[in-house]
Design a protein around this ligand. Structure first.
Ligand code: HEC
Length: 521
């Protein structure tokens, strides 16, 4: 017995070592989606979602806007947003709530800020969000951190994560497709910075107190990592004050860090695009160098090879990499009541892959992919709402805003937008006597105490008109037999379960009738 236990232990250790540097690129998508995707509305190139505690959302639009959006899809433009340079991958990028939002109503924005002598660079601003009756605006907007270099290139990074204690702000700054600055300690490009909530270098950073060169070279994006080594300097940039980049830097060597999130155990994870191949999930540790553009599991877009990370043990390897790429949109950790089985998992969104990927963690710094689901849209961002539903936005113009709820869960969907396609066409209307029978079942079970059908009934539950366009047949059946304990707004669900109280025949008649009800009474 003992021998087996030891053998088992050795196996476990071997497999945990083998967990490092797993290529997840060949993973097939799971054909069975365990959720329903409902389109709510569309936005103009939406980039990030930040949920307010009441379930409304702030959503950035890369073209330059910030919208306050209700769960029904109604949009109010937020006034006083800063000017952005919308071009390629730049524009209005991230939006994040302050960790003390309940008290300070502050939000943080990241965007590509235009300026002299042309082009743009990443800026981080903080402002107070004021919501009025049908209005929303930003007050006292202040840029608390900026890269003043300007110039060309996409890949701004622009993701923000707050330390679990709410004291520090981690900002990912992409390499702007210029590559070599990711290895230059004097430039913020290709770094993860750790700042105070006011945008100052955070105490305790690996190079705290150190200042960098007063002047740095600016280059245009080179064709590949080989050309980058001799890319001509087009001009220099002089910092207006001391160059605090070294004091701000937490880790370096990143390419396109669009995903940045803390796991429930306090570990910080980063997700980035590789070039052709080589997307990476990295476990972020202070002072480490993650290798771009010195090494990569991918090749340059023009096929020029890049040395493999295995050739440079001094650089930190990704925990998971993807060849071919998933082209990540963001990384988030799930916690909520709708998908309890995913608590503690991360979800990565995919642009080119049009996928959602669930990632699970071993609590010791290891991670592996669980399911991969093809959702048919370039997913820029996925976030969790206060009620536990997932919401995602599509990288397109117009780009959809979608709500994701568990399959078969009877949750009153926010009213679908006019453009939303019914998940399943409603069944043909039952003949007169069948529908009379269904109506009598409804009357006998007091369904109209809470629900409206046509002009009859109450408003405690959602109108049953159009339920067939919001819900699948199975979902309607489940809603009636075993309603969830809580409604979608988190309050106790008053609906009595009908399990054991309806014959199969009556249930079928009822479901068919409900599916036949027109969306508008
Ligand atoms: C005491 C109030 C109450 C009664 C009685 C009641 N319901 Fe409900 N029902 C609700 C509430 C509240 C919800 C929304 C739950 C949620 O948000 O998840 C709901 C949800 C539903 C849904 C899902 C709707 C959707 O759009 O997702 C269906 C279908 C449904 N009820 C059918 C019925 C039928 C049929 C009856 C009678 C047999 C009935 N209900 C009786 C309160 C009630």
């Amino acid at each position: 017995m003992k021998h087996f236990a030891i053998a088992g232990l050795c196996l476990a250790m071997a497999s945990s070592a083998a967990l490092a540097q797993v290529n997840a690129g060949e993973q097939k998508s799971d054909p069975n989606l365990p959720f329903t995707v409902t389109q709510i509305t569309t936005l103009k190139l939406p980039w990030r979602i930040a949920f307010l505690p009441d379930g409304r959302m702030l959503i950035t639009e890369k073209v330059g806007g910030l919208e306050l959006v209700t769960q029904q899809g109604a949009q109010t433009p937020v006034a006083n947003v800063p000017a952005v340079l919308w071009r390629g991958q730049g524009g209005m990028l991230g939006v994040y709530l302050s960790p003390h939002y309940a008290e300070d109503h502050n939000i943080y924005l990241t965007y590509s800020e235009p300026g002299e002598p042309g082009g743009s660079s990443l800026a981080l601003a903080r402002a107070e969000l004021k919501i009025g009756n049908g209005t929303a605006s930003l007050e006292n907007l202040k840029v608390i951190w900026r890269d003043g270099e300007r110039g060309e290139g996409g890949q701004f990074g622009a993701a923000v994560a707050f330390s679990p204690d709410g004291k520090y702000l981690y900002l990912s700054s992409g390499d702007r497709q210029r590559m070599t600055p990711a290895q230059d300690p004097n430039q913020p490009l290709g770094k993860i910075l750790r700042l105070t909530l006011d945008g100052k270098p955070a105490p305790g950073n690996p190079m705290a107190g150190k200042v960098g060169a007063a002047t740095v070279p600016v280059i245009d994006p080179p064709e590949d990592t080989e050309k980058a080594k001799t890319q001509p300097v087009i001009r220099t940039y002089s910092f207006p004050g001391p160059n605090l980049t070294p004091s701000e830097t937490w880790a370096s060597g990143f390419r396109t860090p669009y995903g940045l999130a803390f796991a429930p155990d306090g570990r910080l994870w980063e997700l980035e695009h590789g070039p052709r191949g080589g997307d990476e999930l990295n476990l972020i540790k202070p002072g480490k160098n993650y290798g771009w553009p010195l090494v990569s599991y991918g090749h340059n877009y023009n096929g020029v090879p890049i040395p493999s990370p295995e050739t440079r043990p001094d650089l930190t390897e990704p925990v998971i990499y993807w060849v071919p790429v998933i082209a990540p949109g963001n990384l988030m950790f799930y916690k909520g009541s709708m998908f309890r089985q995913w608590d503690g998992s991360a979800i990565a969104s995919g642009l080119a892959s049009k996928a959602l990927i669930r990632i699970v963690f071993d609590g010791k710094g290891g991670a592996r992919t669980a399911e991969r689901w093809d959702v048919g849209h370039r997913v820029r961002d996925i976030e969790v709402a206060p009620d536990g539903a997932l919401w995602m936005i599509e990288d397109a113009n117009p780009g959809g805003l979608f709500r994701i709820t568990p399959l078969g869960m009877a949750v009153s969907a926010p009213m679908a937008a006019a453009s939303a396609q019914p998940a399943t066409p409603a069944a043909a209307a039952p003949s007169g006597s069948d529908s009379d029978h269904a109506k009598s079942i409804i009357a006998n079970n007091n369904c109209l105490l809470c629900h409206r059908v046509g002009k009859e009934g109450g408003d405690i539950g959602p109108s049953l008109n159009g339920v067939g366009t919001r819900r699948t047949e199975e979902q309607i059946r489940a809603a009636i037999l075993t309603p969830p304990a809580k409604t979608s707004t988190g309050t106790a669900n008053p609906m009595p379960p009908m399990k054991g109280k309806l014959s199969d025949e009556d249930l079928n008649a009822l479901v068919n009738y409900l599916r036949s009800l027109p969306a508008q009474p």
